[in-house]
Design a binder for this molecule. Structure first.
Ligand SMILES: Nc1ncnc2c1ncn2[C@@H]1O[C@H](COP(=O)(O)OP(=O)(O)OP(=O)(O)O)[C@@H](O)[C@H]1O
Length: 472
């Protein structure tokens, strides 16, 4: 099975019985375990020990898990936090993921599940930490389909200038990867690449993250803090989920894009910045503009160079190179021997609709690598894993062959695009996706954290999709 885990885990729980059982389990898995019985104690330990990952209960006397999560995010942003809670607290799970938790596990915990979460969190943290050179690697798209070759050519062309790039496409299609690719191919590549996820934050927090604040701007603003705009000076600012910002923030962003100037919250000094903007959304901005939900002037400011990332089902030829790449990466990361993919295994993977796109495929392969017995990936194994995650494959006939219009998304086609040709296929896909969401929620007893896991997609993607289908 998988290689022993290495690293220092901080286990925070006020229940000594849980701390003992879970502590023993993590110890057996190879981790060095430190324990604390509340958030405050955990912070003290974090200051003294080189903690790699925090696993914390949510409800504890004194400082609870949510508050701890916020503190860790502020002081040790590289340390992932996994929260534990009992059944029936799904809203908390949602809140925790929005607040930046690496994962969320339910009590009573499942051994494999919790070790899987920890392994993943450690791996991510390692990748983010010592891997400046990996950024280049991460920017390179896998897959040589015509559709992706076109996308790459557009990104490269866009990279040389400073025009704002608007990345469109479903969740998991590689918009963030594309944003990095633009930065890395641009003359600004020596400067910072800064990201802000606009959907996760309420207005005031979003504004303070974006523009920063002066000391005393609001209760708790003990020192001046620069915003992401300032931090991106000389580089690129990637605004993810731009379709989710409120009209209030839209106005401020418009000014920033037009004038390249802004004030910190609570500040009077106008600051000028040299920043290249890249924005992304899975939303139908044109329709939002029509409905008056998104400012038209801002839309045009953003939409200078629009680039559409095609859904994975529209480019099945990319599945093989992607699968081989993910098998390689996850086998190495999990200390497993190289995996061989049989033709039958590949066909089984190709026949899935992958509503969560490349991210879902990647999660699926990662799970297979961790859970499968042998280094040969057969069709049977793929089908077995699919059966374990029934939400992933809606009960439907094998998908229709690749659409000749891979870029015909749920959103309007780009100017000069393909119009309505893909409509029937698209409406079928939507229906299948909706059914998959409903099934997964049912199987997960309405627990969205579990449902997302069953579907092999991120929670964020699940929320977006539930909203898209009116299932919230
Ligand atoms: N062509 C590709 N080659 C290799 N990896 C890819 C490719 N496309 C996407 N990925 C990987 O899939 C995952 C999802 O991609 P990414 O986060 O860029 O998608 P996204 O469109 O920004 O999703 P969301 O809208 O949900 O934020 C990432 O881990 C990314 O590295």
């Amino acid at each position: 099975m998988a290689e022993p885990l290495k690293g220092n885990v901080l286990l925070v729980d006020d229940d000594p019985a849980v701390a003992k059982v879970l502590g023993a389990l993590l110890g057996q898995a190879g981790l060095t375990v430190h324990t604390a019985s509340n958030g405050q104690e955990a912070l003290t330990l974090l200051g003294r020990k080189p903690i790699d990952v925090v696993v914390s209960d949510v409800r504890m006397p004194g400082m609870g898990g949510m508050e701890l999560l916020a503190e860790v995010g502020r002081s040790w942003p590289d340390v992932p936090v996994i929260l534990l809670t009992a059944h029936g607290t799904v809203p908390l799970a949602v809140e925790a993921m929005k607040a930046g938790a690496a994962d969320f596990a339910l009590k009573p915990f499942d051994r494999e599940e919790i070790l899987f979460s920890i392994r993943k969190a450690l791996l991510r943290a390692q990748q983010q930490e010592g891997t400046r050179p990996l950024v280049k690697e991460a920017s390179s798209f896998i897959g040589g389909s015509t559709a992706m070759a076109e996308v790459q050519a557009m990104l490269t062309r866009a990279a040389s200038g400073t025009a704002t790039v608007l990345l469109r496409g479903e969740s998991g299609t590689g918009k963030e990867l594309a944003a990095k690719a633009v930065h890395d191919a641009s003359p600004r590549r020596g400067g910072p690449f800064v990201k802000l996820h606009c959907a996760a934050l309420p207005d005031t927090l979003l504004e303070s993250e974006l523009f920063g604040y002066e000391k005393g701007a609001f209760t708790g603003a003990a020192t001046r803090k620069p915003g992401r705009v300032e931090l991106a000076h000389g580089g690129t600012l990637f605004l993810d989920e731009i379709g989710d910002i409120t009209p209030q923030v839209q106005v401020k962003l418009l000014r920033l894009l037009q004038e390249r100037e802004f004030e910190r919250l609570g500040g009077t000094q106008t600051l000028k910045v040299d920043v290249r903007f890249v924005a992304a959304t899975h939303r139908n901005l044109e329709e939002m503009v029509r409905k008056g939900e998104f400012r038209e002037d801002l839309f045009y400011r953003l939409n200078v160079v629009p680039v559409w990332l095609p859904p994975l089902r529209g480019r099945p030829e990319d599945i093989e190179p992607l699968v081989r790449h993910f098998l390689d990466v996850h086998a190495k990361a999990n200390g497993r021997p190289p995996f061989t993919l049989t033709q039958d295994g590949l066909e089984a993977l190709r026949s899935q609709p992958w509503p969560g796109n490349v991210r879902q495929l990647q999660n699926f392969i990662e799970r297979l690598v961790v859970l499968s017995d042998g280094p040969i990936l057969t069709g049977d194994e793929v089908r077995r894993e699919v059966a374990r995650q029934p939400g992933i494959v809606p009960a439907a006939p094998a998908p229709t062959p690749a659409s000749p219009f891979p870029n015909a998304p749920a959103m309007p086609a780009p100017a000069g695009g393909t119009g309505n040709e893909g409509r029937t296929l698209e409406s079928q896909r939507k229906e299948m996706e909706r059914q998959a969401l409903v099934d997964a929620l049912k199987r997960a007893g309405d627990n969205r954290t579990l449902a997302a896991r069953l579907l092999g997609i991120s929670r964020r993607t699940l929320y977006n999709k539930l909203e898209e289908h009116g299932l919230v």
